[in-house]
Design a protein around this ligand. Structure first.
Ligand SMILES: [Zn+2]
Length: 293
């Protein structure tokens, strides 16, 4: 557990994302939930020993940020309106209860008994939603919840001015491989500018250690490198299958290793990034062409 502000903490050592919380004078506000059921349950019991958990704010719909919500069944979940719409689709893509049970038998036997446990629902989607922004005042703290699409469409940052902290979810991967498998890269770059404009000293990324604003430039460069790499093929009319026939020089686009127990996705991720960016760059080019005609 890492302290990142006078009353805020993040956990960077779990399998999954960096779940975080702020301790207010009126209970806890969480940002994302621990992915592994046993981590989620321990976390909830430890917090509730001291004070109630008022809200759980999700930053994005990927399973490593939302699947643990189920272990906070009485907590109000907050999310961007598109996140509410796609919540169960993403959760199911993360695996059925049977899939999860099998997976945990291999990777996390302590969690097996909690999969499908009768005390917990299979899903706990947001019930409090917003479109662009939402401000929650809890105790003496302000939570500015901001729609910052990029890494995913419902992507959300949580800025807490009293702590000088912004929680960005996966719009920031600090010194670990960036996942661009479904992003809109141009929205992502705009989101990084918006994050840079906040009066925050500390950035809590979705993955990797907390960092400062200086890293945002590096994050933008990684997104730009990938776009530039795929753009050169789009211009020559070369499709994703052909690009992927040759080894992709991944470290030239993104120098960082794949993060927190995600090694099994290393090969697959490159293909997903190339396919996503190729589709988006081609569509943008065609739109621009249609605009000129
Ligand atoms: Zn993530």
């Amino acid at each position: 557990m890492r302290r990142i502000g006078p009353n805020s903490f993040t956990e960077i050592y779990f399998a999954g994302c960096n779940p975080s919380f702020v301790e207010t004078s009126d209970g806890y506000v969480m940002i994302d939930s621990p992915q592994q059921p046993i981590d989620a349950v321990r976390w909830r019991e430890q917090l509730e020993e001291k004070a109630p958990i008022r809200y759980l704010i999700n930053t994005e719909p990927h399973g490593d940020h939302i699947s643990g919500n189920a272990y906070f069944p009485k907590v109000t979940v907050v999310g961007q309106v598109k996140l509410q719409e796609c919540f169960d689709r993403y959760l199911n893509a993360f695996g059925s209860l049977d899939d999860k049970r099998e997976r945990y038998k291999q990777m996390d036997p302590d969690s097996v008994w909690l999969v499908g446990h009768p005390d917990y629902p299979a899903s706990n989607p947001p019930t409090l939603t917003f479109t662009d922004t939402l401000t929650l005042n809890v105790g003496n703290h302000t939570f500015n919840i901001l729609h910052h699409p990029g890494h995913t469409a419902p992507q959300t940052s949580v800025y807490v001015p009293e702590e000088g902290v912004v929680f960005t979810g996966d719009n920031v991967f600090h010194k670990c491989r960036s996942w661009l498998q479904e992003c809109d890269p141009w929205e992502w770059l705009a989101a990084l500018d918006q994050i840079a404009a906040l009066d925050a000293e500390t950035i809590v990324p979705g993955h990797g250690e907390p960092c400062g604003k200086a890293y945002l430039k590096e994050q933008a460069q990684i997104v730009e490198n990938w776009v530039g790499f795929v753009e050169r093929y789009v211009e020559r009319g070369i499709g994703p299958e052909e690009i992927l026939k040759e080894p992709v020089p991944v470290t030239r686009q993104d120098p960082y290793p794949i993060g927190q127990r995600l090694f099994m996705h290393d090969e697959r991720l490159t293909g997903m990034i190339v396919n996503n960016l190729h589709t988006r760059i081609l569509a943008k080019k065609q739109d621009a062409g249609a605009g000129q005609a």
